[in-house]
Design a protein around this ligand. Structure first.
Ligand SMILES: Cc1ncc(C[n+]2csc(CCOP(=O)(O)OP(=O)(O)O)c2C)c(N)n1
Length: 598
């Protein structure tokens, strides 16, 4: 038995491999992104990036409907995109093993929402497991597939970012090939007559799963001192053990939907008082209180001055709340802190697009709808070129909506959408189809950096590679747009500022839907053979120290990390991070920046 040190996400890959899964699909998003790349290391499991989470789950459902084991993985808000197949599969169910891995993110370090997806399990009446260590991830996956096949239902493994990214020791087992499950004869079609039976079956399933949850090894009481009994799930269970040690007893909830309320009641009778420790919503606490089981939950944290409904829990937080112990906060020395606001990378092609958009924004009456990706940084300094962002794909639909309303109201205001290539293929494509068919006329800017940069360069239909690295012909965005009957499509190099300005002005003055594709690969992308030819390496920028007047226009207008101000000389210098995009050369008012070596 080999021992290894794995992150929760690596353990997911190992878990589905050992459990005999044959298919895995995902759309990237922190904290789940690493899962699929890890899966792709196992030859036995076919892995692919889906264009979005709904597609990913539906593909996995298809595999399970064929009697085989599959997994779909996504980040917390990915489940919103996949909510239709997720909710809809609850009644008809599946034949083969179907696992959904969803990585929640208390603290929303990189998500547009902090929702607690345990609620989704209760909403859909489908079982959920919640691991707190990497070994549990693997073992729960094995059980999840068995449960999925036995009850013909999707099973969700809900992780949180801390579990996804923390490492702990696991023991490897050999892969056990799963036998294909015979496919049920009756078609799984949600016709009204069939639904009556399906609803009955689902109720029966929930009753049986509730019994199972009450006796499951994943819901386990550990008795030490019985003055305090702690009910906890996920990582907060580990925090609680670190804080209370043997001064409390524990009921760890690992099979968290259906909740084992009988077991919780029994546990609460065996201890003097019960404390519930769970991040985000009071999912366990509310159910206990509704069932008449007395407990202390979120209010204890509130009394201690915390907001327990948002963000992560921590050991110091528990210590302060329950032991009154202040963990000393060591303030950082201000003089040692270097301000590092988030910035586009050196050489990022989005920089040119936002420089041009900012200029336009100062001159035209425009509403700029942004989207989710590295280009979200266009909303902050030095560009301030985005007015609002909602969720993936929303920029084009919002621009369509606002432009239609402005035009109907006789206003001259123009609407602009700014969206990345991966986000376009994710859901923006539907929005563009809608705008084109309904004949509205926003200006749609697609920032085509040929990759899904923000989440770590995952492939998408325009990136020219598959997950294993093999090259394939990319889709051409202009052809996709043309197929919607859009005629005004312009491709521009975002690092050519004059051209960007010209193209944007022309589009804003136009009376019809305009698509501008700002195309240049991400500075950090490993280029495909085709891209290497189309985008040859460029010479780095060099600041002529004699000519530089230290006006800082370059620093203030483009915020490039490859430029820095030297206090001693009072001049700007370029550094090794320079990628040669040449944007600084174009913004310098005195022509002090030129090209150096490649
Ligand atoms: C529903 C949903 N799924 C996934 C994510 C994670 N995510 C944030 S931005 C992004 C894609 C960014 O790629 P692209 O649009 O090409 O822009 P880039 O970062 O390359 O500029 C992803 C997958 C998310 N925020 N929401």
């Amino acid at each position: 038995m080999e021992k290894h040190f794995l992150t929760g996400n690596e353990a997911v890959a190992r878990g589905i491999y050992e459990a005999g899964a044959v298919f895995a699909s995902a759309y990237p998003g922190t904290p789940s992104s690493e899962i699929l790349k890890e899966v792709s290391q196992y030859q036995e499991v076919y892995a692919e990036w889906a264009t979005n989470e709904k597609v990913s789950l539906e593909a996995a459902i298809g595999v399970a409907n064929g009697g085989l084991r599959a997994m779909a993985a996504m980040k917390v808000v990915g489940l919103n995109v996949a909510a239709d197949p997720f909710m809809s599969i609850s009644l008809p169910g599946v034949d083969g093993g179907l696992l959904l891995v969803v990585c929640d993110e208390p603290g929303y370090y990189s998500s547009q929402d902090e929702q607690d997806n345990r609620i989704f399990a209760a909403f859909s009446n489908m079982p959920m497991f919640e691991p707190s260590t990497s070994q549990e991830v693997i073992d729960m996956i094995r059980d999840a597939y068995a449960l999925s096949e036995e009850f013909k239902t999707l099973v969700t493994l809900r992780m949180t970012g801390r579990v996804s990214h923390s490492k702990s020791v696991v023991t490897f087992q050999n892969r056990k090939e799963a036998q294909p499950v015979p496919i049920t004869k009756a078609p799984k079609v949600p016709l009204p007559a069939a639904m009556v039976k399906m609803i009955e079956n689902a109720k029966e399933r929930t009753a049986k799963l509730t019994e199972l949850s009450n006796s499951s090894k994943w819901n386990k009481a550990e008795y030490y001192d019985k003055k305090i009994g702690i009910v906890a799930s996920g990582l907060p269970y580990e925090y609680a053990k670190e804080v209370f040690g043997k001064n409390a007893s524990y009921l760890k909830i690992g099979f968290s939907y259906p909740l084992p309320l009988k077991l919780i009641e029994e546990f609460s009778k065996n201890v003097e008082k019960v404390i519930v420790i769970e991040e985000l919503s009071p999912y366990i606490e509310d159910s206990m209180k509704k069932s008449g089981i007395d407990c202390i939950g979120k209010e204890a944290f509130e009394k201690a001055g915390f907001d327990p409904y948002t963000g992560e829990y921590s050991v110091p937080m528990l210590k302060k709340t329950f032991l009154g112990e202040e963990v000393p906060f060591i303030p950082a020395k201000k003089e040692q802190l270097i301000p590092r606001p988030p910035a586009l990378c050196a050489g990022c092609p989005h920089r040119g697009t936002f420089y041009a958009l900012k200029k336009i924004k100062n001159e035209y009456d425009v509403l700029i709808h942004g989207d989710i990706g590295c280009y979200g940084l266009g909303a902050i300094g030095p560009f301030h070129a985005v007015d609002n962002v909602v969720c993936m794909g929303a920029s084009i639909s919002m621009a369509h909506g606002s432009q239609t309303a402005f035009d109907r109201a006789g206003m001259s205001k123009r609407s602009i959408a700014v969206i990345g290539d991966s986000t376009f293929y994710h859901t923006g494509i539907n929005s563009l189809m809608n705008a084109a068919y309904n004949q509205s006329r926003p200006v749609v800017c697609i920032l085509d950096n040929k990759t899904t940069a923000m989440t770590g360069h995952q492939e998408n239909p325009g990136s020219g590679r598959l997950i294993g690295g093999e090259e394939r012909e990319p889709f051409e965005l202009e052809e996709v747009c043309k197929s919607f009957g859009i005629h005004n499509i312009t491709v521009v190099d975002p690092t050519d500022l004059e051209e960007c300005d010209k193209v944007l002005r022309k589009a804003l003055d136009s009376k019809v839907l305009e698509v501008i594709i700002f195309r240049y690969p991400c500075a950090l992308k490993k280029l495909t053979t085709q891209e290497e030819k189309a985008f040859p390496k460029r010479a780095k920028a060099v600041v002529n120290q004699e000519a530089c007047i230290g006006c800082k226009v370059c620093l203030q207008s483009i915020g490039c990390p490859a430029l820095q101000y030297d206090e001693t000389s009072g001049k700007v210098q370029s550094n090794a991070a320079c990628d040669g995009c040449g944007i600084c050369i174009q913004v310098c008012p005195v022509g002090a920046i030129g090209k150096g070596e490649k």
